[in-house]
Ligand binder design. Structure first.
Ligand SMILES: NC(=O)c1ccc[n+]([C@@H]2O[C@H](COP(=O)([O-])OP(=O)(O)OC[C@H]3O[C@@H](n4cnc5c(N)ncnc54)[C@H](OP(=O)(O)O)[C@@H]3O)[C@@H](O)[C@H]2O)c1
Length: 322
């Protein structure tokens, strides 16, 4: 079958390890299901995989992609939950230390067929296109859990979203606005700041710009480049919820003094549960809010999408169709 995969790791030139070619259809273990992929979305995770982060060499060659929407063997339209945990683990598979997300130990979604545990299939509402639904399982689910489960934000509170152009960040802006939060966002790029306003942010600021108010929570995925600004932007007792470190994991100043003196909370967040994915789908169906798609490309042109992400050119998600 047609697939987009990593044949080796290339830490400094990840796109050199990207292959668009043929791979065997994965076998279907008992209790698992084969999904005919109709759309699959790109994440920064796919670039990390090409660099060799989060995956062992013996897993190669590995089909990339965490996110997909498609049709199961019974003809049902489904969204594919990307976190695969022990079926015996407690309800929150993100806390299972042996969990993996698609394309780490199990072949990913950038292919004609993806095979996952049957419990990982969430019904896709008819109101949502395959392209929109394909955006949800990683970036949008991560944003949902950051805001509502880990951040415990409630309508009327104020949230700052760093790096507004990113896949997770655009999801944070849309979901926070739909949930009745006051939304501030930063971006390095003026055009992206304007787009963030159109998307639902109430106020936008240049990266690192001092805010006129202190916020209840900051949603952080940029890491090193924005960490200090995030800490300084919080009200006493506020929370920084972090799920990514795109610009690096080692801040110049961890701001430890401010963290204890202002009694801040630093909260980690990773992906989400299948129940949260189902709740996210219901939220979008009910509110009419939709994922922001930067561009849709046929899977055969996946390299163009990877190049745009590596170059930081995106505003929203890249979706591949089959
Ligand atoms: N823990 C999880 O479960 C989970 C799930 C999904 C993603 N993630 C992680 O979250 C991060 C974001 O993922 P994504 O798919 O949203 O990536 P993305 O679409 O590539 O977005 C990254 C954004 O970060 C900002 N940025 C990058 N470098 C920067 C710098 N030097 N200074 C300031 N801002 C910078 C940019 O925003 P502007 O251009 O607007 O400034 C960019 O749009 C990744 O590291 C990813 O691995 C984690």
């Amino acid at each position: 079958m047609l697939a987009v995969y990593a044949e080796r790791f290339a830490p400094d030139d990840p796109l050199s390890a990207l292959v668009v070619g043929e791979r065997p259809v994965p076998s279907v273990p008992e209790g698992w299901a084969a999904v005919t992929v109709r759309a699959a979305a790109l994440n920064h995770h796919d670039l990390w995989t090409l660099r060799g982060v989060g995956i062992k060499a013996e897993a190669l060659p590995m089909i990339l992609g965490c996110d997909a929407a498609g049709v199961d063997e019974d003809g049902n339209e489904v969204v594919v939950h990307a976190v695969i945990g022990d079926p015996g683990a407690a309800d929150d598979e993100t806390l299972d230390p042996r969990r993996a997300i698609l394309s780490e130990r199990h072949q990913g979604t950038f292919a004609e067929t993806v095979v996952v545990p049957r419990r990982n299939l969430v019904p896709k509402p008819a109101s949502m296109s395959f392209e929109e639904a394909a955006c949800l399982p990683s970036a949008w689910l991560t944003a949902y859990r950051m805001l509502f489960t880990r951040g415990r934000l409630a309508p009327g509170q104020t949230v700052l979203v760093q790096g507004a152009g990113g896949g997770v960040a655009t999801a944070l802006v849309v979901l926070a606005r739909a949930a009745g939060l006051r939304v501030l966002a930063t971006s390095r790029d003026e055009a992206k700041r304007q787009r963030a306003l159109e998307l639902g942010a109430h106020e936008v600021y240049a990266a690192g710009e001092r805010l006129p108010v202190k916020v209840d929570a900051v949603m952080e995925t940029v890491g090193r480049a924005t960490w200090s600004h995030s800490i300084r932007s919080l009200r006493p007792g506020g929370a920084i919820v972090i799920s990514g470190t795109t610009s690096g994991a080692q801040p110049d100043d961890a701001e430890l003094t401010r963290i204890f003196y202002k009694q801040l909370q630093v909260v980690g967040s990773t992906m989400g549960t299948r129940h949260e994915l189902a709740a996210l789908v219901t939220m979008l169906d009910a509110t009419g809010a939709r994922p922001l798609v930067d561009r849709v490309l046929p899977l055969t042109e996946a390299r163009t999408g990877f190049e745009a992400m590596a170059g930081g050119e995106l505003f929203g998600k890249v979706v591949f169709t089959l």
